[in-house]
Design a binder for this molecule. Structure first.
Ligand SMILES: [Zn+2]
Length: 352
């Protein structure tokens, strides 16, 4: 869908009111997902054939192999019992909230029966946020590593950290104090091997990489980067604040720590920290997006292109379910494929 010029009020809702009027029923949501998944018309996921027709059960029948496929089959929403209207509202809150939404707030807002259901929905949404092959950072990039997840700032080295994860942070900087995009990822340790891999994964060769004097960053110049090493001792000698050698990464680190303590009240399990880090970076990199509705669109676009995520892949130590799953009968109305499509605002424009 790269060529489509997306327009507010046409391709994505401008406001919460517009969101509510567009997506009042599961059928509305299904139509929107249909458009997101197959903007040029149905393509059979089994045989790749383009072309088919809607059948009575709400699925498409391939005109080549005859296989039947629902709009949500093979996507994040595959076989989910939660109504799509609830999913869409969760996605709206997740995408449009300045700081996202906690599982507890979501459970209360949507009157979802159980906390684990709300928790799993948010984790499923988080799991779609990283796309392989996305562009690396360019220009001037500050890189540092810090422990995230604990209450105290960590130290470098291999000591046991309990509830902290060593996290690499890279952020584009534009003088004097501007910041561009950021990338973050968990690191095994602060060795040259780990740090070099982090930099090559997230920063485009040719960029200027600004680090402190830690030995783990030595050798970046041999990997195709201009390396600007800043030493604390030199800063102190000049009378500069040694804590301000890398102001942008330190700003990011304090923002994410505050977000984990604020929105999520610090209730983030160590094993899930990487997905929270992804969510933070996703939102940070869209902080100047001209519309929050566009962010909502992006999340859904990723979700409909994402494989299903099983509950047992979300939980680290699967526990017996404490509450029964929602009965299938609550799923809502089946979509009506023969409804007049022009009634949907996102289908009225030429998508060429
Ligand atoms: Zn087919």
């Amino acid at each position: 869908m790269g060529a489509v010029q997306l327009r507010a009020g046409v391709h994505y809702p401008r406001s919460a009111g517009e969101f509510q009027s567009w997506f009042a029923t599961d059928a509305d949501c299904l139509d929107y997902l249909d458009w997101l998944r197959w903007p040029e018309g149905f393509i059979c996921p089994r045989c790749g054939h383009a072309g088919g027709w809607p059948v009575a059960d709400g699925r498409y029948k391939c005109s080549s192999c005859g296989g039947r496929t629902s709009v949500t089959a093979g996507t994040l929403f595959d076989r989910r019992r939660t109504p799509l209207t609830v999913w869409f509202t969760a996605c709206w809150m997740f995408a449009t909230g300045k700081d996202g939404v906690s599982a507890l707030s979501l459970q209360r807002a949507l009157e979802i029966g159980s906390y684990p259901t709300a928790w799993a929905m948010l984790h499923r949404l988080r799991s779609v946020l990283v796309r392989p092959g996305r562009e690396r950072l360019t220009g001037m990039v500050e890189v540092d590593e810090t422990f995230i997840g604990g209450e105290e700032a960590g130290l470098r080295g291999g000591r046991a950290r309990g509830k902290k994860v060593l996290t690499g942070i890279a952020v584009e900087v534009t003088p004097p104090r501007g910041m561009g995009r950021c990338r973050m990822a968990p690191l095994a340790d602060a060795s040259a091997k780990s740090l070099h891999a982090f930099v090559t994964d997230h920063v485009e060769p040719g960029a200027t990489v600004i680090t402190d004097a830690w030995q783990g960053y030595r050798g970046l110049d041999k990997l195709g980067y201009l390396h600007d090493r800043r030493s604390q001792r030199a800063a102190q000698a000049c009378g500069d604040d040694p804590g301000e050698l890398l102001p942008a990464v330190h700003r990011i680190a304090s923002l994410i720590k505050r977000w984990l303590l604020g929105t999520h009240q610090g209730s983030v399990e160590l094993a899930h920290l990487p997905s929270y880090i992804n969510e933070f970076a996703f939102r940070f990199n869209r902080r100047r997006s001209r519309s929050r509705g566009l962010v909502f669109y992006r999340v859904l676009e990723l979700a409909i292109a994402h494989d299903p995520v099983r509950y047992r892949d979300l939980v680290v130590n699967p526990q017996p379910k404490t509450t029964p799953p929602t009965p299938p009968g609550k799923r809502g109305n089946p979509p009506s494929m023969d409804r007049p499509r022009a009634a949907r605002p996102w289908q009225t424009t030429d998508l060429g």
